[in-house]
Design a protein around this ligand. Structure first.
Ligand SMILES: Cc1ncc(COP(=O)(O)O)c(C=O)c1O
Length: 473
């Protein structure tokens, strides 16, 4: 009988593997083994032979995989869920909530879904509607969605659309669309750098890192003024190698809530053109900055009007509340329709081995809402309502801070910022106090999502901010 005896201290994954081999051999040759690989990590078993004890071993093949840290944004929601304090407030993730702090399903989305049901666009498909792509969508996504999403962004009458100079591919929301563009950059612009604002949305760096695209930062936020470091931004964009990609937040910059003025956008465009850089817009909040879908696309349209080739990643997570549908698009504006066709073919080629083709439900909702004048108007009204609610809590938070803080600190930056977020300027230790003492959950960079704040909680939040700002260093 084959015996195996192990000293606990000497067990290593490779030792366990060779034992496993030994076990197989013995099994085949008709002998029995006392090593039981199915026990808990390490357990002692009795031997029926002269040897008094053997050790059963189960060592994972994944031992070298370390625990990943929680995501800095989504991890905040996990911590919030675990907190049982009734005053708790989740201002981490940028997701719109009602005054009762409930998630909001837009009425226009419900209407579109009802229409889709009535038309049989969901499950029961009449034979004559079989051309509605009821099986897989094509790699580039739903044609009706791709058409309206580009129109929403550039304007339906824009020459780039009329001349078919836009390569639009439906993506897995904003993140997936950014990732697809990053893959295109990695493949066709090897070594080209992407310039990212400092600070930026936490996932941008992950996206370019995972796509193996080098990036560096340009100055954006000035802590002294809690405003835009415009000169720093311009000089960093100028200093970058010609032909770099410049990642720009189309509107409602995340996390700062600070956007360039129209005049500053013109100057940014001048420098980008001088340097032959390629602008790469991330438009995740169209409608949330000003309340107007058109106005919020003006930065992108300004560059398009100058005839610049550019990328735009779009997301419908926030403005249509379609967070979990994962619906968005990557648009590449090209100098010719021929270039657009080639770029589109390569985007499809990159998407195919990543996820093959995108999901249909969100695409149909967007196609129905944007494609119908009645639903589109209703969406605009709801968009204004959501943006208006955020503006009103922004004002109330500012009023409460001014009323409670007698130190003379100027809180007016809160009113100057726009969109879903406010960048409070609180340090990491101050944000930790916000959470540990006040149960206010926010990202460690000092960002709060006003979309998750109600009027009723403004005073409480102001107390928490004043305490953290003045009493924690
Ligand atoms: C700046 C920015 N870009 C892109 C996204 C992507 O979001 P999603 O993948 O949900 O569309 C977000 C989401 O928070 C964002 O803030």
């Amino acid at each position: 009988m084959a015996l195996a005896m192990l000293s606990l201290a000497s067990v290593s994954p490779s030792a366990s593997l060779s034992l496993q081999e030994n076990f197989k051999t013995n099994w085949k040759s008709g002998t029995s083994s006392l090593i039981n690989f199915l026990g808990s990590d390490f357990s002692k078993t009795k031997s029926y032979t002269r040897t008094s004890m053997t050790v059963a071993v189960k060592v994972s093949r994944f031992n070298d995989i370390t625990m990943a840290p929680p995501d800095p944004i989504l991890g905040v929601s996990e911590a919030f869920k675990a907190d049982t304090n009734e005053m708790k407030l989740n201002l981490g993730v940028g997701a719109y909530r009602t005054e009762d702090l409930q998630p909001y399903v837009l009425n226009v989305v419900k209407k579109a879904e009802n229409l889709m049901l009535e038309r049989g666009e969901n499950k029961e498909i009449p034979y004559h509607l079989l051309d509605l792509n009821v099986l897989y969508l094509p790699i580039e996504g739903l044609a009706a969605f791709n058409k309206v999403t580009a129109e929403l962004l550039f304007g339906a009458d824009n020459t780039v659309i009329q001349q078919q100079r836009v390569a639009t591919v439906q993506g897995l929301s904003g993140t997936g669309s950014l990732r697809l563009a990053a893959a295109l950059i990695e493949r066709y612009f090897p070594g080209a750098k992407v310039l990212i604002s400092s600070p930026t949305w936490g996932n941008h760096k992950n996206i370019f890192n995972d796509a193996r695209v080098p990036w560096s930062e340009y100055r954006y936020y000035d802590p002294k003024t809690v405003g835009l470091d415009f000169d720093g931004m311009i000089s960093d964009i100028k200093a970058a190698p010609d032909g770099s990609f410049v990642l720009l937040h189309g509107c409602a910059h995340n996390p700062t809530g600070i956007d360039p003025t129209p005049e500053q956008w013109e100057k940014i465009a001048d420098v980008i053109q001088e340097k032959s850089h390629i602008p790469f817009f991330d438009v995740a909040y169209q409608g949330f900055a000003s309340g107007s879908l058109d106005e919020d696309a003006s930065s992108v349209r300004l560059f398009v009007a100058r005839g610049v080739e550019l990328f735009v990643a779009q997301s419908y997570s926030k403005n249509l509340g379609l967070y979990a549908e994962r619906i968005g698009a990557i648009n590449v504006v090209c100098a010719s329709s021929d270039a657009a066709a080639r770029v589109k073919s390569q985007l499809k080629r990159l998407a195919r081995p990543m996820y093959s083709n995108p999901p249909i439900h969100g695409a149909r909702i967007v196609a129905n809402v944007v494609g119908s004048p009645e639903l589109f108007n209703q969406w605009k009204e709801e968009m204004e309502m959501m943006a208006g609610r955020i503006r009103s809590v922004r004002q109330k938070l500012y009023d409460s801070l001014c009323a409670k803080d007698k130190s003379g600190k100027d809180w007016s930056f809160i009113l100057k910022q726009i969109g879903m977020f406010s960048f409070t300027g609180l340090s990491k230790t101050q944000t930790e106090n916000m959470t540990s003492k006040w149960h206010v959950y926010m990202t460690k960079d000092g960002r709060i999502s006003l979309a998750g704040l109600s009027s009723a909680k403004c005073e409480y939040l102001a107390d928490a901010i004043v305490d953290s700002y003045h009493n924690v260093k």
